[in-house]
Write a protein that binds this ligand. Structure first.
Ligand code: GLN
Length: 195
């Protein structure tokens, strides 16, 4: 079984490490691959879109038509997890910052996102969340986005202030923080159990 981490830009290697640890814990025989190759991504049973710079990742995945493959697999039911910038890319709608930068989104989750939602004072912070279905988690936020509107089919898993920071819609999973930077693999284990 192959899990692909979309490897154009961002914290790709950290996700590979966290997924390997999680697969070991769950006794799953998984090949975890950091890849940007269409034929490798086509053969995936699960896909991770990492954090990084949403404008850059968007340009690269849409430029290479990797976007079409991710959308097709997601529609076929393949689990897709997006973290931080990855959450932005999963959304159907972005805020004015997303629009101003002409960032194309995958539109896989019926949510509206706000880039850099926590402002300058709280650019980076860590907080303990209680994530529905996952449990207590020390979440690291770095210039994090947030979900500001979610349609009925979206299951809200965690919030900070008025913002949704973790959500699930069928096989699509989104986190505003960086689970791959925590010393805890609960989030990645939850994701692998969705396969
Ligand atoms: N602020 C970044 C963006 O909008 C996301 C930050 C991150 O992924 N750490 O693309």
């Amino acid at each position: 079984m192959r899990v692909s981490v979309i490897g154009f830009q961002g914290d790709v290697e950290e996700h590979v490490i966290a997924l390997n640890k999680s697969a070991n814990r769950l006794h799953l025989d998984c090949e975890i691959l950091a890849t940007r190759k269409a034929d490798e991504i086509e053969e995936s049973e699960a896909i991770v879109i990492p954090g990084g710079e949403s404008t850059t990742i968007s340009r690269l995945i849409f430029g290479d038509k990797i976007s079409d493959i991710i959308i097709r697999l997601a529609n076929e039911g393949v689990p897709v997890m997006g973290t931080c910038a990855g959450l932005i890319l999963l959304a159907r709608e972005g805020d004015e910052q997303v629009e101003k930068t002409d960032t194309q989104l995958l539109g896989l989750m019926d949510v509206r996102v706000k880039r850099n939602a926590f402002g300058r004072q709280r650019e980076s912070f860590q907080t303990r969340l209680n994530i529905k279905g996952i449990g207590e988690f020390d979440a690291v936020f770095i210039r994090a986005p947030a979900i500001t509107e979610a349609e009925n089919g979206v299951d809200v898993l965690a919030t900070v202030d008025e913002y949704v920071v973790a959500a699930k819609q069928d096989n699509i999973l989104a986190f505003a923080f960086h689970p791959e930077l925590a010393d805890d693999t609960k989030v990645h284990e939850y994701f692998l159990r969705m396969i």
